[in-house]
Design a protein around this ligand. Sequence first.
Ligand SMILES: CO[C@H]1[C@H](O)[C@@H](O)[C@H](O)O[C@@H]1C(=O)O
Length: 664
Amino acid sequence: DDGYGLWLGPAADTATGAEIEVPRRSPTIDRAAAELRRSLPHLPAAVMLATSNASHLVMLDLDTRALGHEGYLIREVKIGNRPVILVTGNSDVAVLYGAFSLLRHVRAGESTAAINIASAPAIPLRLLNHWDNLDGSVERGYAGQSLWDWWTLPDFKDPRYDDYARANASIGINGTVLNNVNAKAESLTAPYLARAAALADVFRPWGIRVYLTARFSAPIELGGLKTADPRDPAVAAWWQAKADEIYRLIPDFGGFLVKANSEGQPGPRDYGASHADGANMLAAALRPHGGTVLWRAFVYADTDPTDRAKQAYSEFRPLDGKFADNVIVQVKNGPIDFQPREPVHPLFGAMPRTRLAAEFQITKEYLGFATHLAYLGPLFEEALDTQTGQARGQTVAATLGAISGVANIGRDRDWAGSTFNQANWYAFGRLAWDPKLSSQTIAREWSRQTFGNDAQVTDTVTAMMLRSREAVVDYTGPFGLAHLFGPDHHYGPGPWIADLKRPEWNPVYYHRADSDGIGFDRTASGSNAIGQYAPTIAARLARPETTPPQFLLWFHHLPWTYPMPGGETLWSAMVRRYDHGVAEVEAMRKQWATLKSRVDAERWAKTDAYLGIQAREARWWRDASLTYWMSLNHLPLPAGSPPPAHDLAWYKQQRFPFAPGAPH
Ligand SMILES: CO[C@H]1[C@H](O)[C@@H](O)[C@H](O)O[C@@H]1C(=O)O
């Protein structure tokens, strides 16, 4: 095999300017070359893009085994007498990833002299999950309508699909689930499969595979069967035929993502079968074609009425070892639901005989939608770096066979609802490729590529980004408080809400505050959720003094007067954090103001306006929360803390700004 390759000459050097082709080309290598030509019109030197088996490379005697299928190598070599920047890897998509890496390197102003970069992804499947509905709406999406125009597909392939794939390939995303986990069976009918196939054709040269969600009851809804029981041979046969049909249209189809027996979705438990029975039946249908089932562990059923945080573990941990090897159990990063901060899910590291995926939200359902600036790099990094305690030195990242990010992408001109939200898409991809990267490095890298290399801009933008997520934690719920959001919208505060049907829909379920104290006792004297963590971790969480302060009230119910390290009471420390959250947003506004002449007017103005909204709403969060806590504890605000602008009754009347009749 001669491999694939292409030689690009530096534009400045006419003698070498011509492109020399190695014997075979591929659509992927052509795209890699086009990216370099487009973004680096003045190539720093001659560049050769070639797979490692190209005959031109044989004499270089490179050892590329450690690169695997997708890893790349960028190195200055001599070919003949000529210095060449070689971008290579063991597949054409690896070369594409290498080309994007070279681009990042050059665009950041780094030298290519003696360049030598080797990199391979740590996690094999790096996926976006779109919660896009077939009617064009996006569940928890804040960037406009779905990017997929089901109306004009498959005839019209909007150029944005190609740009979407370019953006994803540039950060190493290699799969995308097109539709919502709250699935409609219709997405598996022939007209939708043809549309999915059209998207797959666009994405394929970029190394991106298409996945679909599968509604578990589809054999009934589409196939006219009486049951969807996974143990029924007719059901299995229906899925096998469906899989065969899909693979005829999409030969590299990635597989199914399934939300089963969760929030009203059908599943195997409807028939007394287990999650493993359901997942394995689908896996058998995909196996002959090489597909994968991603089976979500986001369940909060009746398995453990004492604590929602325990339910997924209670249900899935006993199934370890029972899943087929082409099943991946997809676990949200924390045990509840994408809060601004959660401890990691206890399933990580606890299912050693099962392949696991971590699911993060890139869209900011609980962090201010598109408006609030919250850079999620630190949130992703914190979870990925957490020690599971299950094996020596094992981090969450080390347990993963896949990683999924719930996309924040829509048809808005800026793709993600704001410029800074793009950084979350970017950071997700970069960390999925290399979980050891720091969120700070990624923030700087993103800033330089987004706003250019002006050092003042880079420093200021990075500083803003790095304080932003913690600010949201502080004004929505410090010290491990969680889920205090108005339950219908998840945008503004509603910690007082107590009248919804299911207990765990009510914010009061999560904070458990009364006149004496606040927090959820998850120790042995309470729900004992800490018992789901490895013994060394559980031992630390058993006592408030050894619990990391950011998780204090997640695991403990404490008196308002509980003495915090440093001597102040819990109450006064809480108020200080709320005030700090508000102050941090004001600080971001001031920082952004200094960049007015250094950032283009359009992006500057939108960000400035959004920071203004965020500042107002951070105060709303703080004041609404504090008036409510004070209605329970009857404590005064510590000296120096500004009094809330309104009384509790006023905050209770506020509606989400866009709700009908909202007094905004
Ligand atoms: C897709 O449904 C979502 C739901 O909108 C969301 O509020 C909750 O966070 O999680 C669900 C899930 O992850 O399945």
